[in-house]
Design a protein around this ligand. Structure first.
Ligand code: GMT
Length: 387
């Protein structure tokens, strides 16, 4: 075993949490001196503009008319994995999101035989709770998870959901490696001046609520709007909406109906928004499901208390009544009450903020998470772990 690992990472190159986590792992492993290859459809968002020694292999599909709408991405991806593994002598192929990445990795390994790298599958949530267990994909996704050399999940919740959802015995090891955050970048540096271009008439003590997501139905964007409207009714405030997706237009329409459009800024997808996040007061995440809730972790790291739903992996990162509040799904009034209890009591808000940052530093720093991934890779390469 050489010291330097030859690692390939596959992920969706979008703003979604799974792609962001995959990219951060790749960047951190490159910083640790490993050779890192990304195999993806497009350059992952956080790799853009980096000058670090990272190799990118683009997955391209044929545009032959008969193949249109036939979902050939997994085949093109498996072929690219085979090519990169053969030429680069990969030690590890780390795929993020089981559907269809774990299946493509399994296909590649079948072709590569003895020369195949070890396969690590990191589950992220909807690949398990929604898509993977959809009958259209369940048998092949279950099989591909079981055939991975190692499987990780970002929360205890997702580990259990995977065992249960796929009918996999609990003796099948799924290692929980919690998601992490770059606590240097996501730091509690509050400078409300950065909010002025968005809200020129913002009062000094006027609270700013913030939400970051992909605006899909699972995020319950309507509840973000309703919670904000209820808080605003009792105490004028602002709302910062970061991200984009199918629920954005209905939310904008609803805010116009409520006459609140001037109180809200929709920024769309943004790569650099940490300054705005850190200048806000409360992070809202009223999701119906969340395997982890990376956006909430980034907020906590900036010292921003979180008001969210008590579902999935969220209770593993938000400490109720200490760093935020958790309500049942759809409990808009409860969430509004929690927001008001924080923004109306500055010393209380400050205590939540301080604890949020402390807990993140204790439990979710990047370096210990990287130690765990690196140790897993080394155990697999040494043959002391895996199937
Ligand atoms: O729902 C999203 O925000 C996107 C999705 C993804 O696959 O990128 O996020 C999932 O993975 C993130 C990173 O592990 C988690 O923080 C999110 O909770 C999870 N989303 C869901 O479970 C709905």
């Amino acid at each position: 075993m050489t010291d330097r690992l030859n690692l390939a990472i596959t992920c969706f190159p979008t703003f979604g949490g799974s792609g962001l986590i995959a990219t951060e792992i790749g960047l951190a492993m490159a910083d640790r001196g490993h050779r890192v290859h990304f195999i993806a459809r497009d350059l992952p968002v956080r790799l853009r503009g980096t000058s670090r020694q990272i190799f990118f292999h683009e997955v391209t599909e044929s545009d032959y008319p008969a193949l249109q709408h036939s979902g050939t991405y997994p085949l093109a991806l498996a072929s690219k994995m085979i090519e990169v593994a053969s030429y680069e002598r990969l030690d590890i192929l780390h795929v993020h999101y089981a559907v269809p990445h774990a299946t493509a990795a399994w296909m590649a390994r079948e072709v590569l035989g003895d020369k195949a790298p070890r396969i690590v599958t990191t589950l992220h949530g909807t690949d398990t709770t929604l898509i993977g267990t959809d009958p259209s994909y369940l048998p092949i996704t279950r099989f591909s998870i079981l055939r991975s050399d190692a499987v990780t999940a970002p929360s205890e919740f997702l580990r259990q959901a995977t065992w249960e959802g796929f009918g996999i015995p609990e003796s099948f090891p799924i290692q929980v490696i919690a998601n992490f955050v770059d606590t240097v970048r996501y730091a509690p540096v509050r400078d409300r001046a950065c909010l002025r271009p968005l809200f020129p008439d913002l009062e000094e003590t006027e609270p700013v609520l913030v939400h970051v997501s992909n605006f899909r139905p699972v995020k319950r964007i309507g509840d973000v709007v309703a919670t904000f409207a209820e808080v605003h009714r009792q105490r004028p405030c602002r709302l910062l909406m970061i991200g984009d997706g199918p629920e954005r237009s209905p939310a904008e329409r609803r805010l116009r109906e409520l006459g609140l459009e001037g109180r809200v800024a929709f920024l769309g997808n943004q790569e650099h928004f940490v300054e705005l996040l850190a200048a806000s007061d409360v992070f809202l995440l009223p999701s119906e499901q969340e395997s982890f809730g990376l956006a909430a972790l980034e907020a906590l790291s900036c010292g921003i208390p979180v008001v969210a739903t008590a579902i999935g992996g969220i209770p593993e990162l938000v400490d109720r009544g200490e760093t935020g509040f958790l309500s049942p799904v759809g409990d808009v009034e409860g969430m509004a009450r929690h927001v008001l209890s924080l923004v109306s009591d500055p010393p209380r808000w400050a205590a939540f903020s301080r604890r949020a940052r402390e807990r993140v530093l204790e439990r979710f720093r990047l370096a210990p998470a990287m130690d765990r991934y690196e140790a897993l890779y080394r155990r697999l390469v040494a043959g002391t772990a895996g199937r």
